[in-house]
Every structure is written in C-alpha cells, then in structure tokens.
Design a protein around this ligand. Sequence first.
Ligand SMILES: *Cc1c(COP(=O)(O)O)cnc(C)c1O
Length: 395
Amino acid sequence: MTDIDWNDYALETQAIRAGQRRTAECEHSDPIFATSSFVFSSAAEAAARFSGAQPGNIYSRFTNPTVRTFEERLAALEGGERCIATASGMAAIASAAFGLLKAGDHVVCSRGVFGNTTLLFQNILGKFAVSTTFVDLTDYAAWEAALRPETRLLFLETPSNPLTEVADIHRLATLAHDHGALLAVDNCFCTPVLQKPLALGADIVIHSATKYLDGQGRCLGGAIVGADALLEKQIYPFTRTGGPAMSPFNAWVFLKGLETLALRMKAHSENALALATWLESQSWVERVHYPGLASHPQHELALRQQAAGGGIVSFAVEGGQDAAWRLIDATRMLSITANLGDTKTTVTHPATTTHSRLSEAERAAAGIGAGLIRMAVGLENLEDIKNDLRRAFPG
Ligand SMILES: *Cc1c(COP(=O)(O)O)cnc(C)c1O
C-alpha cells in the first residue's frame, strides 16, 4: 500500500488514506506503535541501521511508524515532498528556526503572528544572534525595506490572528526568492483544505496540529512540510538531535482528525460566513473582520488564494471592554477559551488575554481595540450560536 503515489488522488481521499500502512494483522484503522525503540535481528543489522546503509526504524525520537503515517498524509495534503511532525506547533516553528538559521542571520516576520512565535524570534533566537524585523503583514513596501543581505527567512501567517488580514503568499515568496531567502507560512487557520502555500511559492509550511488538524481540542502537535532536500539536510538533523518528537498516540489522534478535515473545514467556513454576515447586520456591532465578507479589505485576494474563509471571525462591539466582557459573560454555551480549531465554538477577548502583554499603544497600532471579540466558529447549530451572542444585547 505504501507504493501508491498519493499525489494522484484528490484531497478528500488523501486526507483519509495517504500514508496508510497495515501490519500482518490486517487491521483496518491505523495501528498505534507505542514503542520507544525497535529491535534488530542481529548486531550487523543494528550497525547497518545506525550507519544508514539499511533504512528502517531505530528509535522513536528519529522515526515512528504511526508518526510517519501522519507525516506522509499531511505531506500529501500540502503537496510537499516531506513532513516532519513535532510535539506542538511551537516545536515546529522552533525546529524550523534552529534548523535553518545560524548566528548573524536575519528574519523578517509579520507583526500579526501567534504571540509565542513573536517571543521565539525576538527573545529566544535573539540570544543566539539571530535578529528579526517585524513588519505589518499587508505592507509589501515594509517587507521589502526590511530585507538585508543576511536575511535568510520571511515568516508569516495568513489569515492573521485576530483580524484575519490576508497576505499575498505568491508575492512574498517571489520577494523572498529574489533576495535569496526562504518563505515560511504558518497554515494553521486555513489548513491545506483551504490554502496550499507551497503551490503559491512558499518553501515551508508550518502547522499547529493542535488546532484544525485534530479538530476536537484533544492533543498538542505540530508539523513542518517542504522539499525533501531542505528538510532532510537542515531541519531533520535538529529534530533528531534536539528531540521535539510527536508522540505516536497524538499522531494517531491527528490521523483520525485528518479523515474528517475536508468536511469540517467546509462546515466551519459555512457557519463562520453565515455568522459574520449576521453580525454585520446587528446594530450593536461596529465592525466585522472575516475574509469571506465583501467588506474585508483583502476580500478579492482571499477569494483567489483560499477556497473559503475559514472558521475565525472577529468583531468589535460598541462600548469597549465593558460591552465586550458583558457579551462574553452572558453566553451560556460558548467556550470562553483562547483555543481555536475545535468543533466547539470558542470566544475570547484579545485585548485582555492573547494580546494583553502589548501596551495600549501597541494594541491600537495593531488594530486590536478594547471592544474586539475573536470567535473560532465551531460546528454547533448556527441559531444556537447567534442566540448565545444575543443574550447581552436583546432586541
Ligand atoms: C496555536 C498556534 C501555534 C502554536 O501551536 P501549539 O500547538 O500551541 O504550540 C502556532 N501558530 C498558530 C497560528 C497558532 O494558532
């Protein structure tokens, strides 16, 4: 079964079957290889495995069959040659950074990335003499102006969190390549069902599998996808030695998640678009941010680059923090949590949670007002979600 070329199959099929392998027991669901190491038939075979002369498993920090199935499935979905799974999304970003960068290198990173990504580049990599310039996601002149001879990596998320700004991946990939740099795209919000950054020119795709790939908020995991040569030569040496490996059990949970990914991303996007459209018509809502709305500043680009808008909707209520907290506290069903990518709808107040460490001026510059609410729209019935949001503003 491993001799099937999954690139010949459609995305829905890849999500269910790519990478599948069966043991002699002929099990139908994927087996969980809960083992730290693998046994050799002889001392000579052990030596051959360690030298690389004979391919095969040695130790689960290097390779594990359940994790390998997840890696092959996600690589097929993203249209990449190779995938390396990691223990979390941040482990994927850290591994890509430590694998690709060395002292003296420079990074240009979007200001609108996940908070820990900002801290990783700014504080942790800063200690190793890797410097980072942060720019506005959609300010292409700023991306270009930030480039230096030693710039090695451009890093972005699109759509951004929480304002769902959309950047032109092809344009920034071209800019990176013209300057001898690589482009990495965190594809957490869209997943390969809605957006394929490698086909648009990106060199590396990053995932937090914790979000939509799992889809039900159970496990932490992450992944790096890209060309075999790049991952094998530059990133695998770090993950094999540095040890941020994904657990086989988590890989199995993600495999189950991937089987429904195509259906879920379509359903999340439908619910989110309907909710965003409804929110725009409410008198107590000042502004709605969703790539699928005609009012979104990069709506045209989103239509070209993404198959649908995804599940994240942000909106500002009139009355600042008091009104935003009143709305959140009046909900009964929605989950007040910063997590996203779950079948359960989540609601959060960025200014006092995910973005609370920014100064008020920094938040204002980033467009994150006191009345802003971010929702990760789940798969509950739309009327029930609306009813929960209406409780604080009846009529
Ligand atoms: C959650 C998240 C991460 C980090 O993933 P973890 O699995 O929590 O480490 C990275 N990028 C984005 C866009 C995320 O939402």
